[in-house]
Design a protein around this ligand. Structure first.
Ligand SMILES: C[S@@+](CC[C@H](N)C(=O)[O-])C[C@H]1O[C@@H](n2cnc3c(N)ncnc32)[C@H](O)[C@@H]1O
Ligand code: SF4
Length: 476
């Protein structure tokens, strides 16, 4: 966009619409990851080449595909790829395939240093108590796991038990993330989950008794939710002594039940903005710091235990005077990987198969289970890094220039000027800072920053599809 008026017109045209992309914030969105021939050995070779100039570590994500059945399906709102859990055999089989994928990667990741581990999903706490040590052993089959590393496991309240939490802790899992979404026993029913607030608090009690840090996910903008409901949930968690809370705005999209059948019961974008402000102000008044548009942390004397997410947002960091590159390896069903090489010679993002059968079939055939990916250009990497930094609500301009060789302000001047008029951002010599309602509108800000590039990519995609669709072109 050429000037701030054009940016402002774009923002005004979009700010009342529902925003999306709240949970995955990279550039470009995976809808543009269209390369179906990603060669994992070539990606790994690029990684090894980069490792000569940049010290490399791995932020590891291990996915589990399955979720308890719900009616409506997928909890009514979830946009993540998942499959329905039927019986234990599924988990046993899945662990065998996870091991096989690990064996394929082992020669490529020999000696790689782990920075953090995150077991996500799907539902990673569906396993039996004795299977968490198996999960950790599968990871140890590929990596040396340092004893002090952050290891998080994400799950739902119904399937945490004291016994399981103790078993998780015994094998090295040292942080829990619990997706509660709502504490009101009536409101949660819209998701079809058989979940009660009591299960949430019992899990918190067990974690406290075991000394396990725990973070809770809540969603606002839920069907029939009022500010009173929201504040009651936040207060109950604050009173329970929670130190990290993720407060997402509901993302309404796709073929979910909420998108198709619940729109009339959903608060408007303006009401969501009001809820966001009230929630943020309440948490800040209780001593929480806003770390991202939706993460709130009450920092105690212990260092932040939130490393996986922090490293994900800053894939290149200075550590004791040297540049460290944090690649993200998504291991398992629907895993998402970012192997960036260096800022000057960026690499790839790709996603694993998003149907369990396809994931198994690829491994049976001795193929890496990759669905599709995207090769970064330096300009796309600059945007990606800017998106990630903005998640932390500020960009250190000098650090960004040192990393990518360009100033983020000069490159996107009309956007920052428009945001300054809206009081959504301030820019000075050192920092770009997201302010006021800017955090709520961050997806819109990111879309404005990437507007021209995404336009070009859409045209490219159309041209490629048109050409592929022409019989003459296919024949030639
Ligand atoms: C992929 S889920 C997996 C964790 C676990 N299965 C659960 O449901 O809590 C991770 C988190 O993403 C968030 N999430 C999923 N779908 C969302 C949506 N449509 N809008 C906002 N947040 C969403 C939820 O808060 C959830 O806790
Ligand atoms: S349990 Fe979590 S991952 Fe599974 S469908 Fe529900 S929200 Fe999505």
């Amino acid at each position: 966009m050429r000037d701030k008026r054009e940016v402002r017109t774009y923002i005004d045209a979009h700010r009342r619409r529902r925003q999306s992309n709240k949970v995955l914030h990279g550039h470009p969105s995976p809808v543009f990851w269209l390369d179906r021939d990603v060669s994992v050995p070539a990606v790994m070779q690029n990684r090894r080449r980069a490792a000569r100039g940049v010290h490399k570590r791995i932020n590891l994500y291990v996915g589990t595909p399955y979720c308890l059945p719900t009616n409506p399906g997928r909890c009514g709102f979830c946009l993540f790829p998942t499959e329905v859990y039927r019986d234990r055999q599924q988990l046993d089989t899945y662990l065998e395939y996870l091991t096989r994928e690990g064996e394929m990667f082992r020669p490529h990741l020999e000696g790689a240093e782990l920075a953090s581990i995150y077991f996500g999903g799907g539902t990673s706490n569906l396993y039996r108590a004795d299977q968490y040590s198996t999960l950790m052993d599968i990871v140890r089959g590929v990596f040396d796991v340092p004893p002090d590393i952050e290891v998080t496991l994400e799950g739902i309240p119904q399937t945490f038990s004291h016994e399981k939490l103790a078993a998780m802790q015994a094998c090295g899992i040292n942080r829990i993330s619990m997706g509660a979404q709502q504490l009101d026993d009536e409101l949660i029913k819209a998701s079809g989950r058989r979940q009660t607030a009591d299960q949430v608090f019992r899990t918190l009690d067990s974690c406290r008794a075991l000394g396990l840090p725990v973070s809770v996910d809540l969603i606002f903008g839920w069907p029939n939710q009022t500010t009173t409901h929201m504040l009651r949930d936040l207060k109950a968690l604050v009173d329970a002594g929670i130190t990290h809370l993720t407060h997402y705005e509901l993302n309404v999209a796709g073929r979910t039940d909420f998108a198709r059948n619940r729109r009339d019961a959903l608060p408007s974008t303006e009401q969501n903005l009001e809820m966001y402000r009230i929630g943020r102000d309440y948490l800040v008044s209780e001593g929480f710091t806003q770390v991202t548009p939706y993460d709130f942390e009450r920092r105690g004397p212990a260092p932040s235990s939130y490393l996986y997410e922090e490293l994900f947002r800053q894939p290149f960091r200075e550590d004791h005077g040297r540049l460290v590159g944090y690649d993200a390896w998504g291991w398992g069903f629907a895993g998402i990987s970012f192997f960036f090489g260096t800022p000057q010679d960026p690499g790839w993002a790709y996603m694993n198969q998003i149907r369990v059968d396809d994931y198994f079939r690829d491994l049976d055939a001795g193929r890496f289970p990759v669905l599709r990916g995207f090769r970064y250009s330096p300009a796309d990497l600059r945007l990606h890094l800017l998106f990630q930094e903005l998640q932390s609500l500020e960009v250190d301009r000098r650090r960004y220039v040192a990393l990518v060789g360009r100033d983020a302000v000069a490159e996107h001047r009309p956007v920052w000027d428009a945001l300054a008029d809206l009081e959504w951002a301030t820019v000075d010599e050192d920092l770009i800072a997201i302010e006021g309602d800017g955090a709520f509108y961050l997806p819109l800000i990111q879309n404005a920053l990437a507007h021209d590039r995404l336009d070009a990519m859409r045209k490219e995609r159309r041209t490629t599809t048109d050409v592929a669709a022409m019989p003459a072109a296919r024949a030639s």
